[in-house]
Design a protein around this ligand. Structure first.
Ligand code: TYM
Length: 322
């Protein structure tokens, strides 16, 4: 199958990005033809500080590689190095109704959080549809917050087919895993850069430990059983627990009581280090070799452009250009 997904370089990579998306990328590349990109054009809807932006792009590319994306197996590239994607986005926007975009939660949420409602932010899902359709992806691994954007992608592709009477696109399926569809942040809401409730994957250990120790919990006494519903600590422990024995330990600790929230948070921090220790070391190494990271992105862009070329020919022909 052909798999594609992307992450915006709009902030530091966090645990929600990993479990909701990147862990699936790493697994899927074993047996599929994979395209993973940095959605830098999308990030311009919120990051408009060029030096910071460049840094975020390098950090994300380094993070992808450190977490296990393998350029020998996956095409890893930067969205802006595939300029055909903006061309396709325009063709798609001419068959996309305003109403479809007006219904998008993510646009409404971002505006509610104070992001300027620019045309780019409004048209965001059309550019995302172009990302996905341009390489004829079958499967798109994402967290639940992207589900509606996948529906929009399918609608836009179908609208193009209906308008031009030619089936040029593959309608993609989302891949959203139930247990990690919405990874909670330290305050119990969805972990998100815009809520300031993230646990970062890279960066100094001390502030990360502090964030984990600061996960919001209730006042259930040490000896009592603990509630699991809407309990961010419980969900994070379940997601991080590295093996069935540890998962069972978490269940027992909550069901039987006797373990305080403080000790549980310490254990979560241990799981965190077990999960990310090797990637964190690899990240520090790669950070010293930005030229190699850049080389990988450029090689990835060459392959992505080659892959996109035949589809772009079909699309141009379908609309009557050339
Ligand atoms: P972004 O950059 O916000 O997030 C990257 C991926 O991480 C997932 N994610 C989560 N999953 C579970 N729980 C969470 N708390 C959590 N937070 C983030 C997201 O669902 C996403 O899969 N629009 C996309 C980027 C994009 C894209 C694409 C994705 C642009 N074009 C084409 C797939 C295909 C976004 O903003 O992701």
């Amino acid at each position: 199958m052909r798999v594609l997904s992307g992450v915006q370089p709009s902030g530091t990579l966090h645990v929600g990005n990993y479990f909701g998306a990147i862990r699936q990328f790493v697994r899927l590349q074993e047996e599929n033809e994979c395209f993973f990109f940095l959605a830098d054009l999308h990030a311009l809807t919120t990051v408009q500080d060029p030096p910071r932006f460049r840094e975020l792009i390098t950090d994300l590319a380094t993070g992808y590689l450190a977490l296990g994306l393998d350029p020998a197996r996956s095409v890893v590239y930067r969205q802006s190095d595939l300029p055909e994607v903006t061309e396709l986005s325009w063709y798609l926007s001419t068959v996309t109704s305003m109403g479809l975009l007006q219904r998008c939660h993510s646009f409404k949420d971002k505006v509610a959080q104070g992001v300027v409602p620019s045309h780019g932010l409004f048209a965001y899902p059309v550019l995302m549809a172009a990302d996905i359709l341009i390489v004829k992806s079958d499967l798109v691994p994402v967290g639940k917050d992207q589900k509606q954007h996948l529906e929009v992608t399918r609608d836009v592709a179908a609208s193009f087919h209906a308008t031009y009477g030619e089936e040029v696109f593959v309608l993609p399926e989302p891949m959203i895993l139930d247990d990690v569809a919405v990874v909670p942040g330290v305050d119990g809401r969805k972990m998100s850069k815009s809520y300031g409730n993230t646990i970062e994957i890279f960066g100094p250990e001390k502030p990360i430990r502090k964030k984990i120790m600061g996960i919001v919990t209730d006042s259930t006494p040490v000896e009592a059983p603990k509630p699991t519903e809407d309990n961010a600590l419980y969900h994070l422990l379940k997601i991080f627990a590295p093996n069935p024995e540890e998962k069972a330990w978490v269940e027992t600790a909550f069901a039987e009581g006797g373990v305080g929230y403080g000790d549980m948070k310490k254990r979560l921090f241990d799981y965190y280090l077990q999960t990310f220790g090797a990637s964190r070391a690899r990240y520090d190494e790669l950070r010293g070799d930005p030229a190699e990271v850049e080389r990988i992105l450029r090689a990835g862009a060459d392959t992505a452009r080659e892959t996109a070329a035949p589809l772009m020919d079909e699309v141009r022909k379908a609309v009557g250009i050339h």
